[in-house]
Design a protein around this ligand. Structure first.
Ligand SMILES: [Zn+2]
Length: 131
């Protein structure tokens, strides 16, 4: 049974905290020490960030979204204008950088916030007594 905690953030609040790259518990402390490296704990509430494990999740979402945008745009331009290949390189290489690097921090922190909100953790084996 999932009993809501009185001061637990709603899913929307957790998502906003994630997109803002803030602590998933208090929403005030900063999450990152560098571009994608995390601080050891929240500077405001002291939440230990050791539980965080997003793996390749943020990169996969970014690859899927950016790939759809860039490939869709490239196909439209190719079908409508048939430009030389250097035009494609000039157009799509910067777009690839923009659509992958800009949202990566927010996507990673969004997944961290959702992991915290749903208390997601790796599966563990439990001891069962044979009867
Ligand atoms: Zn905090």
């Amino acid at each position: 049974m999932n009993v809501p905690q009185p001061d637990a953030p709603t899913l929307f609040q957790s998502a906003i905290r994630g997109l803002a790259c803030r602590c998933p518990r208090c929403g005030k402390g900063r999450l990152y020490a560098g571009f994608l490296s995390l601080r050891p704990r929240c500077g405001d509430c002291g939440l230990d960030y050791a539980f965080i494990d997003t793996g390749d999740g943020p990169a996969i979402f970014i690859i899927m979204i950016a790939g759809a945008i860039v490939v869709g745009c490239a196909l439209i331009v190719e079908i409508k204008y048939q430009p030389p290949y250097w035009v494609h390189a000039v157009l799509w290489l910067p777009l690839i950088l923009v659509t992958t690097l800009l949202p990566l921090r927010s996507m990673k922190s969004l997944l961290i916030a959702l992991q915290f909100h749903h208390k997601a953790a790796p599966g563990r084996l439990i001891d069962r007594e044979l009867k």
